[in-house]
Ligand binder design. Structure first.
Ligand SMILES: [Zn+2]
Length: 256
């Protein structure tokens, strides 16, 4: 008997991201999903899956220009976000419009994401990885945590029971795909949709000048080559994909 061959971390299977037919893609700010997962979003849609976007904040703090009023920036970023998502093939977008700038209340965001999960009924969520070491932006940490908690809790009828009075029913997604992760376990071949991702990022004109856009493009492309190295394709987006089992009291999730 070769029982020692079985690794504990492999006892719980990792869900297969590309087989998911409906995905709720959650982002803290307009532009995060394109940067972290845009080419995969486009690939999933091309292969017949549905991707619904959910943006948590209104993006109104994303400028160093004091003369640009937050309300005007919110309007600009909504437009940029819609253009970018449309380019990738996204047809439905949900905007929660929490104020941007690091003051999210976790439980309030979680309740809204659980409501969206019960409405959209996705097979899987995508969201920024809240456990990225050195991530200093609490909008990113809180959005990632709120979405992970929603994956764990949306199937339980006594969690946010007010939704049931509105006619919604519990729904348990099969897992979550964290983009922007430092511990990825899933590498998606996005060679074909990479140009579309870069085009979508460039729609966020309020966020990038030509120099910063060039720097971001060079970094993301080099990283995509690194993620694809030795796998038989050119460019990859990387995700940490976990099931609900991994998300609770599971010591090996970090290395799964
Ligand atoms: Zn962001």
């Amino acid at each position: 008997m070769m029982q020692s061959e079985v690794k504990v971390k492999d006892l719980i299977p990792i869900p297969d991201l590309v087989s998911m037919r409906r995905i709720l893609c959650v982002q803290p700010h307009p532009d995060d999903a394109e940067i972290g997962a845009g080419a995969t979003v486009a690939r999933l849609i091309r292969s017949g899956s549905e991707v619904v976007y959910l943006t948590v904040t209104d993006g109104g703090a994303g400028t160093e220009d004091a003369s640009l009023a937050p309300a005007e920036l919110v309007r600009i970023r909504r437009h940029e976000g819609e253009e970018a998502a449309r380019l990738l093939g996204v047809e439905q977008m949900i905007w929660l419009d929490f104020p941007d700038g690091g003051c999210l209340e976790l439980s309030a965001v979680r309740e809204k994401i659980i409501e969206a999960v019960r409405r959209v009924r996705p097979d899987m969520l995508m969201v920024i990885d809240p456990w990225l070491p050195y991530e200093a932006h609490s909008d990113h940490r809180n959005t990632g945590l709120a979405a992970a908690e929603a994956v764990l809790l949306s199937g339980f009828p006594h969690v946010c029971p007010q939704h049931l009075k509105e006619g919604l029913t519990p729904h348990a997604p099969q897992g979550v795909a964290f983009y922007g992760s430092s511990r990825p376990n899933t590498f998606i071949d996005v060679t074909a949709t990479w140009p579309l991702k870069l085009e979508a990022i460039a729609k966020h004109k309020s966020q990038f000048n030509p120099e910063s856009l060039e720097m971001l493009t060079a970094y993301l492309t080099a990283k995509a080559r690194e993620h694809a190295a030795g796998k038989g394709f050119e460019l990859a987006e990387a995700f940490k994909v976990l099931s609900p089992i991994h998300l609770h009291f599971f010591e090996d999730a970090w290395q799964s």
